[in-house]
Ligand binder design. Structure first.
Ligand SMILES: Cc1ncc(COP(=O)(O)O)c(C=O)c1O
Length: 407
């Protein structure tokens, strides 16, 4: 593979023009949009407007005048298309961790006699921590975390909810959402999907996949900014059967009636808890607008093309790293991980050379490809710089061993 091959692929990329929607720093190859999406050009203006004009001038009237009160639903309606859900099945709210808590507790309460949250041993830690936290509040309930290969066989009549992350945060391996949701349903359990590493990178169809519940981050491929609000999905037919354990006033049927008693709102709105963080919600809306005019089929095709090309380049140039992600694009998300015993130092050397990916300890270097703004040329250049670092042992420098708080 040559730089020319990369440029030829970029020249026929139907999404090439989308890169202009982002304010990417000159000379930086950013391959960490699966951790923090890049800054959309539209975000600064949108945030300045909500702060200076809406908050500054229109003050509290903005809750009605600028639709702030409905923003968790209206912004969710933009997101719904990206995950293959109906607009009234999605909400933008809270963090992924909190949304997991709400949906797990709601699923357990709706499944009398069932006491197990079934999950995967390698699931993202917050998912398992939150599930453990839920069990501490509900005596008799337990987390059953099994290996990937044992998931389907572990679905029995004790399982209330099957909680999985669709695309594994380390390897990028993708679960078959339709098959596992159907298996959960056949066993009488609900399915709950964490879409943090899939939303905005893959062509999801929650409705067609038969998923019952889902959550996901707003700050990764959705480009909502650091700590952006997350989202949750509850399939329409379940909404009135489930109740949020966080019975805050924003999920009340009539928040401004200031009733003494809690009465859940009909539909998805009952999964709101407190006042929405409007500035952050507006920043997420700007991030979602970067998908305007783009189909998720194009997004997934580009994710496959970028990651296929990157694997080919790295394997040709860097014999000392081992591919950990699935080789078949249909079986993975949009990030690629390679194993190297000095992963941390190798990544610091890359970052110093302006190729930004990240590390998952102890030994994975991870590269996320955001279909809206990454190019095949980025993949080629990243593989070339990685090759130079490995050939020359350039990672072997004490300053690359000093670990930061966030890795
Ligand atoms: C699969 C997955 N779930 C959840 C989270 C984080 O959740 P929160 O936004 O609550 O910090 C991450 C963060 O990387 C993640 O990868």
């Amino acid at each position: 593979m040559t730089r020319h091959d990369a440029q030829a692929l970029d020249a026929t990329d139907p999404l090439a023009a989308m890169r202009e929607r982002f304010a990417l720093p000159e000379g930086v190859i950013y391959l960490d949009g699966n951790s923090l999406g890049a800054l959309p050009r539209a975000t600064g203006k949108a945030v300045a407007d909500v702060v200076d004009r809406q908050w500054g001038e229109d003050l509290i009237t903005s809750w009605n005048k600028h639709g702030w009160i409905d923003a968790p639903a209206t912004v969710a309606a933009k997101l719904a298309r990206l995950i293959g859900a109906a607009a009234d099945e999605v909400l933008v709210c809270d963090s992924t961790s909190i949304n997991l808590f709400k949906l797990l507790a709601a699923a357990l309460a709706a499944s009398p006699g069932r006491t197990v949250i079934l999950s995967e041993r390698g699931n993202f830690p917050t998912d398992l921590y939150i599930a453990e936290g839920v069990t501490r509040m509900l005596p008799g309930v337990e987390v059953r975390a099994v290996d990937r290969a044992e998931i389907a066989a572990s679905l029995d009549d004790q399982v209330a909810v099957l909680m999985l992350t669709h695309v594994d945060y380390r390897s990028g391996e993708r679960h078959n959402m339709a098959a596992l949701s159907a298996a959960a349903r056949a066993a009488g359990a609900l399915s709950l999907w964490d879409l943090s590493h899939s939303a905005g990178a893959l062509d999801l169809s929650l409705s067609a996949s038969g998923a019952d519940l889902a959550v996901g981050c707003g700050y990764k491929y959705l480009n909502g900014g650091p700590g952006a609000p997350a989202f949750l999905y509850v399939a329409a037919q379940l909404q009135d059967r489930l109740q949020s354990p966080l019975t805050g006033w924003m999920g009340h049927d009539a928040p401004f009636a200031f009733d003494g008693d809690y009465r859940p709102a009909p539909g998805i709105a009952r999964f709101l808890a407190g006042t929405p963080p409007i500035i952050a919600v507006i920043a997420l809306a700007a991030g979602l607008s970067s998908f305007d005019g783009v189909t998720m089929r194009e997004i997934e095709a580009k994710a496959a093309s970028l990651t296929d090309f990157f694997i080919t380049c790295v394997e040709a140039r860097c014999p000392s790293v081992v591919l950990v992600s699935p080789r078949d694009a249909k079986e993975r998300g949009s990030h690629i991980s390679f194993r190297h015993p000095q992963a941390y130092a190798v990544m610091q050397a890359l970052i110093e050379r302006k190729v930004i990916g990240d590390v998952r300890m102890p030994n994975l270097i991870r590269f996320g490809f955001a279909p809206l703004y990454n190019r095949h040329e980025d993949a080629f250049r990243a593989a070339t710089v990685l090759g130079e670092i490995l050939d020359g042992n350039l990672w072997n420098d004490p300053r690359y061993r000093q670990q930061s708080k966030v890795i």
